[in-house]
Write a protein that binds this ligand. Sequence first.
Ligand code: AMP
Length: 144
Amino acid sequence: MSLHGDYDEQNIFAKIIRGEAPCYKLYEDDEVLAFLDVFPQSFGHSLVIPKQVQARNILEIDSASLAKVMAVVQRLTRALVDELQPAGVQVAQFNGAPAGQTVFHIHMHVIPRFTGESLGIHASAKADPAELEQLQARLLARLG
Ligand code: AMP
């Protein structure tokens, strides 16, 4: 059952943390990493993950690490709102495949929402790398 089980060290976010896979990094400190979702459901869709804990989901992460992740979620949400001026923002987190989880390293989604634009299909269409690079530069300027 995907809600329970062993942590797979080969999951894509573990590889990103180890530097074995690339990401459009937005923020990093010793404990937390934030980067752009490459299959975004909206313009600016970003992810925030803990770096030091091998937790698949919210059941497994310790509350101190979760609090550090959430502090970065708030900081990133503010930067996204300042830069992209969305009409709303969704902060979401899924636990287990039936709940929509596809990567089994806990992560928070930060999804800007724009008036009249419906949410894209989850983890489906890959964004244009040039567009992601431009967006990364805009957000880094805000976060810096
Ligand atoms: P979830 O379905 O909640 O597990 O979310 C996983 C998210 O990770 C989805 O929104 C995917 O689009 C995203 N994703 C998968 N692979 C990558 C990657 N290599 N870089 C950035 N985002 C990714």
